[in-house]
Structures are given as C-alpha cells and as structure tokens.
Design a protein around this ligand. Sequence first.
Ligand code: HSE
Length: 399
Amino acid sequence: MKAAIMGYGTIGSGVAKVLEENAAVISRRAGEPIELKWVLDLRDFSGDPIQPKIVHDYKKIVYDPEVKLVVETMGGVEPAYTFVKAMLTHGKHVATSNKALVAAKGAELIQIAADNHVNFMFEASVGGGIPIIRPILKCVTGDVLEKVYGIVNGTTNYMLTKMAADGADYSSVLKEAQDLGYAEKDPTADVEGFDAARKIAILTSLVAGRQVDYEDIPTEGISHVTPEDMKYAEAGGKKIKLIATMDASGDSYFVRVAPFVVSPESPLFAVDDVMNAIMIHGNMLGDAMFYGSGAGSLPTASAVVGDLVEECRHVMRHVDFDWDPVKLPLKDPADQAYRFFIRAARSKEDISAAFGTVSFIENVIDGEVGFVTEMISERDFEEKKKDFGDVISAIRVLD
Ligand code: HSE
C-alpha cells in the first residue's frame, strides 16, 4: 500500500517516523506494508533523507494510481480542502489531523468519500493521540451522550500549568509550547480558544449527527487569565483550566469554551502540562474519561497512522459517519447557569447586596475580595455584573 503525506511539518514528519519505526506492526495490522512514496511540501529539504520523496505539486499525488492512502497534515482550510477533495474524488483514502478542515468541511468530505467508495478519517483532529472519535462513533453507540467535556488544547493546558506552578509569564510559556511543537502556526487559535472550539464542534457534530459550526460556540480563551486569578485558585486549592463543554438534553445542545475553576474532586484537576482529557457521560454508561497526550508530533502522528491502518482494513468499503451537513441550532448560551468566581474591589456588604448569597475568599490580594456566587444564569450574571460595575475578573466554576 503506497502512501503520501501532504505537509511535512511537526505532524507530517511524525507520521513518516511512525511509519518507518513501527513498520512491522503496522504491516501486520494493516494486512500489508504501508510504504511512503511522496511527501508534498513547499520546501526542498535538500540533504534530508526525505528529499527524494518531496514533490511540490499535489497533482503528482492525485494522478499517481499507485498511491491509495493520503495523509493531510498541512493545517488550515485552504488549500488543504482543495487537495483533500481531489484525493478523495480520485479514489484515495485520506487521514487528517487538521481540525480546522474537519470542523469546517468534515460533513461534506465524508459525503465525497462515500460517493467515491473511500474513507475520510480524522481521529487525530481531537485530543492529539487520544482515541476519542472512534470510541464515540463505534463504542458508546448504545448510549445517549448527555455530556462531553474536557481539556482539548495542549498548548493552553501547558501554559496554564506552568503559569500556576512557576508563576511564569504568559509570553515565555507560549514560546516554550511553540518550541515543543504543541501550538498552532498562529497560536491565537490556541490561546483564544478557537482550536478548542473547533474540537468540541467536531465532537458535538458526531454526537448529534448534525453540523455544529464552531463560530456559533461562545468562546473565551486564556489571554485574560492573570497571575492574580491564579493566586486565588491556588489559595483555594483549585486550578484554572481551559474547558470545552457540551451539554445535551434531548435535541438541545449547550456548547461552550472558557476557562473554568476546577476542584480536586474533578478528574480534570490532575490533567496537567500538554495532556488532554475528555470526559463523556452517557445515560447508561455513566462517566468515562479518555486521557493522554493531546498534542505534539508523535502522539498526533500515532492517531493519523491508526487511521491509515483502519483505512487499509476497509480499503474496498466506505465506513460511514453519522454527520449530516444540516446545521444544528445550539441553545441560547445566556440560559446556561454556572457558579462564578469573581474578584472585586468593593465591600462584602456591596457584594452581597449585588450578588446575593456568596462565599468569600479573603486575604489573597490586598484591596480586593474574591467570592463565588450560587448557580446563576449567564444572562442574570451579565446583568448583575453591569449593575455592580466593579468586577475585576470572573471565571466560571466547573461543577
Ligand atoms: N495546537 C493544538 C493543541 C495541537 O495545542 O492542542 C493539537 O491539536
């Protein structure tokens, strides 16, 4: 079985390494060896062992009838979409790690794959090396999934962990995460939560069987989380984590990405550094947690190669995914209720008058008070916050 890789960056080069180092087991499981024939990249890689396989025109792969498997690890929607579509329509199976592509065009590419009797697989697009897409699609199929939530961005989890542990500043930890190959090319997608939003959009689409657009998901990143917020979390024995959540009730779905205060009782409390974890709650299953390496070259490449093996096993048959391109309307996020952790430079009396019963966290930072509200809807919280006027910061609590 001949394969090609489109995009020889962090993940693409990882895929080549996995194919080479694990060739024997991959061959046994796939039923035949998978041999890398071409690598599409703009660069030449002169002097690199990969150089003889480098091509600059994707049509060289499209029109090579020997190539049956194509890996897309370029990132971004275009030109990845054009290239992937061409591969599928020319009868090639595709495996991708590209969540931007999957979130935007997943349903359509699955349909194109079906029309051409090939497969479009994207296990690596959520949770890096953690198996989560196939378990949702193939294992918990007897359950109604009521909740899917977790830490799905390695870069921000790494950053928040370092900021909490070392008091490290935002820019230096971002640079470390980039150097380790965790971050997106433009790390705004990581730190502002869009990468996590794309991932929870993909998972919700698969749970609901309908298209969820990540642009419809209320999304907050970590760029407004300050060392002072971290001090409060630490004082209370808690952590701040970027959480992506989906709550379903019948056909109604609340989806959100935001930093949350997480208590030690939550299994997500212990998920640090680049690790990711996704919790699912099924009406029969109860809870299950998928934990592992959420970003980086080899973990993500491992998931891509897992898809290649799966495609070899279904080389003559399209494996269907239940993902209708018709858009799923999400519930009004203003109706969702949380407890909020808030910092304010006002008296306890003023705070209680504005927010009702709260629990205070005092003596953490001079000249201000921290407090946690009771459950309150987003709508009510926004109103109270506006009337009160002096909120320094507010972070939802994961309950
Ligand atoms: N930038 C992403 C992350 C890569 O940090 O999680 C893996 O999807």
